[in-house]
Structures are given as C-alpha cells and as structure tokens.
Design a protein around this ligand. Structure first.
Ligand SMILES: O=c1ccn([C@@H]2O[C@H](COP(=O)(O)O)[C@@H](O)[C@H]2O)c(=O)[nH]1
Length: 236
C-alpha cells in the first residue's frame, strides 16, 4: 500500500466529487465515507474504481458479529485498499469482520487491509470520560483498543497522530496507524480535538494520514494537497 495521504471526499453527490477530482493530474488516494457512500450507494465505488483511485472505504461498521460478517463479505467484492470497523464493537465482531472480508475477496485480488477505529479524533478525554463512562486516560483507552484490534488479527488502527508512537511501541512497526485529525498550521480545528500537522504526524509515527477539509475546502485544493504531501514527505 502506498503512503500518499488519503483525501476525504466528504461530498453529497458524484457531480461534486467529480468536479473536485478533475484538476488533479497525478494519481491520488481517496477516502469514501458515510456522506458519499450512503447517499450514492455502491455505484459511487464503481465510478471511482473505474478511474483507478486507491480507496479507503471508511464506513466504520459497528454491529453484531454476524451482521458485520455479512456486510464485510459483500463489500469485499469492491477493489478497495482499506476498510474499517469500530474496535468498540469487540474482538468477536472484529474477528468476524476479518472472516467476512477474507471470504468475500475474489481469489484474483489481495484482501483489503482491515483496521479498527480506536477513539474518534473528534473525542476529547473529558468527553470520553463523561459520555462513555471510561475512567481511564484517553491514551490508555486508545492503546487498549489497539491491542484488542491486533489480537483480533486486524492490520492496524485509526487513531490520532498523537497516539501513533505509543501504539507502535505495543503493536509494532508493521501495524498500520492511519490518522485523520490532520491540520495545516494555518487551519482551524473545527470539530477535531486531537490533531497534528502532516509533518508532525510523520515525525511521531503515523503510517498514513487522512486529510479532508484542509484540502477540500481550500481555495486551491490542488495547491493545498501539494502542501500536505510535501510536509508529509518531508520536502517542505
Ligand atoms: O477518528 C476519526 C475517524 C475518521 N475520521 C474521518 O476523517 C475525515 C477527516 O476530515 P477533516 O475534514 O480533515 O477533519 C472525515 O471524513 C472523518 O469522517 C476522522 O476525522 N476521525
């Protein structure tokens, strides 16, 4: 899997998505999340796959093991790189997700990588403790979910760049640390709580970054992408 940033295509329609993607002349990695997928269905994946994008399908499945098994088995028909579940769904659910994904992947292709969401990057420690009634630190909760994800056999986690190094120490170099919560120095936090710049994310152990509004809402998205890429690749 290449390590270029995934651009989060949080748009409601194919027309807006297509218009956004048109000015990019180089191959890019993209992330399809709930907004785009749920309003356009699997067709949106077919349209993007046809254009050779490398896709992270970010649907964050979280349901009983049997349901997640079936959903993953179905989604495995699409030629995507990366897909995820919520680690909070539990070890058995994650194991069934992996089983479904393996069962549904055509023999001509590699199984997409499967990763578990630890704590959303929009969650603060205070919110986690008061709303999820977790009496530990946010870091402990993230590390706990990372270990559980690894025990279930998954390929990595979604976390904040701020936790990537600690996860590397317990789960190893090969375990993916895919990190949203990326902001350029001049950007607003918006709803994100645990953030870092692309340069900092690389320095502190993210294996992949996910960037949405810093690029999609920029005046010149191609230029913003180039800035993110240069920082991430240490070229700034
Ligand atoms: O913990 C998580 C998991 C997923 N996301 C997704 O990443 C992008 C981030 O968008 P920005 O505009 O760069 O904030 C978005 O699609 C989220 O659904 C996340 O932010 N945090």
């Amino acid at each position: 899997m290449n390590q270029k940033p995934f651009i989060a295509l949080d748009f409601p329609t194919w027309e807006q998505t297509k218009k956004f993607l048109e000015p990019f002349n180089e191959p890019i990695n993209i992330k399809v999340g709930m907004e785009l997928y749920l309003q356009n269905g699997p067709k949106i994946l077919e349209q993007l796959i046809e254009k050779d994008y490398r896709i992270f399908l970010d649907l964050k499945l979280h349901d009983i093991p049997n349901t997640v098994y079936g959903a993953m088995k179905g989604l495995a028909q699409f030629d995507i790189e990366l897909i995820n579940v919520h680690a909070a769904g539990g070890k058995e659910m994650m194991e069934k997700a992996l089983e479904g994904l393996s069962a549904g992947t055509p023999s001509s292709r590699n199984r997409p990588k499967l990763i578990g969401v630890t704590q959303l990057t929009s969650t603060s420690e205070e919110q986690m403790q008061s709303e999820q009634l977790i009496e530990r630190s946010l870091n402990e909760s993230v590390i706990h979910y990372a270990k559980l994800t690894k025990e279930a056999g998954l390929d990595g986690v979604v976390c904040s760049p701020l936790e990537a190094e600690a996860i590397r120490e317990v789960c190893g170099d090969e375990f993916l640390k895919v990190t949203p919560g990326i902001r350029l120095a001049e950007n607003q936090l918006q709803d994100q709580k645990r953030i870092a710049t692309p340069a900092k994310a690389r320095e502190i152990g993210s294996t992949h970054i996910v960037v949405g509004r810093s690029i999609t809402k920029a005046e010149n998205p191609v230029k913003a992408y180039q800035t993110v890429l240069n920082e991430w690749e240490g070229l700034k």
